[in-house]
Design a protein. Structure first.
Length: 538
């Protein structure tokens, strides 16, 4: 009996050094490593020899406080990489993750990830490689060397062992347990491991362009999404749900940017105002929305297919920040897990309701900007249609004249060997829409044209639109006039004002496009690539 007690005493003495024994009950013993921090097991794991498995692509979500740690094992699929040309090849194992929430005071601390193909990592972190979460984001690479002719040699690389724990940024060592920690002082994180791709990604581009704003709405456009289409023989299918937009107030964005500005999880879970991920009922008249919301659509603007986000219900003269996300997937199939977070895109609403943002016009489809608001109606749909119908009516006479041009003749009988009547029609339409439907702003710039509400670009605006108030007009880009002269037959006698000889006429009608200027120097409708080439050579 005494011998038995001594054995038990010795057993507990050893536990004090190597294990944490809650309430003195060895049934609940949790093993420590050489740093004295406990190995936190999850699920139904019964011993340190069977820590949680982490599976291909599938993220794990957990939270940790100082002194805690998570341990995982990833089974390497040695058959997933195929056979290389050489006798040896490597499998790349990609680790990625996000911090979703973190303690209020995290100065000098973050989450660290230790990983190795050596199982002793669980007892000795020094045998593994190390990577920490930076600004809420983690990406790391583990390489498993393989040999085709000897499968036994790969056995020691068949499992990747991973430890996640709060660390000191300066020393990269695990934080000791703190008796003062509470439920709010924890790191909540997501992590995934994959042999196919980074499940969580960060892109330093914003991938967004702010087309324009008015006093209560904004229109943003992604980059070219043609590469994301599902292509068929003679058509392409675009998935509008591939991208999502999240709108933050400037104040909330500043809070997000402090520590977790490149964390997809933190951004999605943050205090955003509106998101396209929150589905809206279909509306045939999106310009008439007034609630705080984000609607989206696919559009062909500027010569490329893009996704368009229309944000409504905003406050005037207010700064906002937009974040774009993109879904990704394993082997081409979109996944609800992970994704890409792009850099923030700030924008500001206009100060007055003298300008109204319109888009989606039938004839002038390239118009996607603010126009003078009408004093007779606050209906944006009606305003857009009124401008569009007027521009289309002006186009009719030109269209009839173009029909007498030999467009379908043999190549040597045409007016141009490199331009067609379709080129001419498109260039004339873009120019006509830009000079007929003025771009309105409340911002004052030296190259903008001040318009009194009763003295506009044309009589139609004075009599039919009847602007609500004075405004500044962003003049059309002279490059559109150049394109029209270039693309159309000389029979029409089109000519553009010369800045040196007709200085006054030029500045009352146009301005040059300046890519180096942060502000819009002029209003352009048409193929953006064509504009850049023309501006570069002018």
């Amino acid at each position: 009996m005494v011998l038995t007690r001594c054995c038990v005493c010795s057993f507990f003495h050893d536990l004090d050094d190597l294990w944490e024994v809650p309430d003195g009950n060895p049934s609940y013993a949790v093993r420590k490593d050489i740093f004295g921090t406990k190995l936190d097991l999850h699920g139904n794991s019964s011993s340190i020899l069977n820590p949680n498995n982490i599976y291909e692509w599938t993220p794990i979500t957990n939270d940790l406080s100082a002194g805690d740690r998570d341990t995982f094992v990833f089974d390497v699929n040695t058959g997933s990489s195929g056979f290389g040309i050489a006798s040896t090849y490597e499998i790349l194992i990609l680790l990625s993750g996000n911090i979703c929430k973190q303690p209020s005071n995290v100065d000098g601390t973050t989450l660290g990830v230790f990983y190795s193909f050596n199982e002793t990592l669980f007892n000795d972190l020094s045998v593994g490689k190390f990577q920490s979460f930076k600004n809420g984001y983690l990406q790391a690479l583990a390489i498993s060397p393989l040999e085709n002719n000897n499968t036994n040699s790969t056995s020691k690389y068949s499992k990747l062992y991973v430890v996640v724990t709060p660390i000191n940024k300066l020393t990269s060592q695990p934080l000791p347990s703190s008796s003062e920690s509470n439920g709010d002082e924890r790191w909540e994180y997501k992590m995934s491991i994959s042999e196919n791709d980074l499940v969580y990604q960060w892109d330093s581009r914003s991938w967004l362009e702010v087309l324009d704003t008015d006093y209560s709405s904004a229109l943003l456009l992604t980059g070219n999404v043609s590469a994301d289409a599902e292509n068929h023989y003679n058509y392409s299918i675009y998935d509008p749900s591939l991208y999502d937009l999240y709108v933050y107030s400037n104040q909330e964005s500043i809070q997000l940017e402090k520590m977790t500005n490149i964390s997809l999880c933190a951004m999605i879970q943050g205090n955003h105002l509106a998101s396209s991920a929150q589905s809206l009922p279909k509306n045939a008249r999106p310009l008439e929305r007034t609630e705080l919301a984000v609607s989206r659509s696919i559009t062909n603007t500027g010569g490329s297919v893009r996704e368009q986000f229309y944000i409504t219900g905003l406050n005037a003269s207010t700064d906002y920040v937009a974040y774009l996300t993109k879904k990704i997937g394993k082997k081409g199939n979109l996944s609800p897990d992970g994704g890409v977070l792009f850099s923030k895109q700030p924008f500001r609403t206009k100060s007055s309701n003298n300008c109204s943002l319109v888009f989606g016009l039938d004839f002038c489809s390239g118009v996607a900007y603010s126009v003078p608001s009408s004093s007779t109606s606050n209906n944006k749909t009606l305003l857009a249609q009124t401008f569009d119908h007027y521009a289309h009516s002006l186009f009719q006479n030109f269209s009839k004249a173009l029909q007498i041009i030999p467009c379908e003749m043999e190549l040597d009988a045409r007016y141009s060997p490199v331009r067609t009547c379709l080129d001419c029609s498109n260039s004339y339409r873009d120019w006509l829409c830009a000079v007929t439907i003025p771009r309105c702003t409340s911002d004052r710039q030296e190259y903008y044209i001040y318009r009194k509400k009763d003295d506009n670009r044309n009589q139609f605006i004075n009599e039919e639109i009847k602007p609500m108030g004075d405004y500044y007009e962003v003049p059309p880009c002279i490059e559109m006039c150049y394109h029209m002269v270039r693309d159309c037959p000389s029979d029409f006698g089109f000519a553009c004002p010369d800045k040196s000889r007709q200085k006054d006429l030029f500045h009352r009608s146009y301005n040059y496009f300046d890519a180096s200027n942060m502000e819009e120097t002029c209003n352009y409708i048409g193929n953006a690539t064509d504009l850049l080439l023309t501006a570069k050579n002018s």
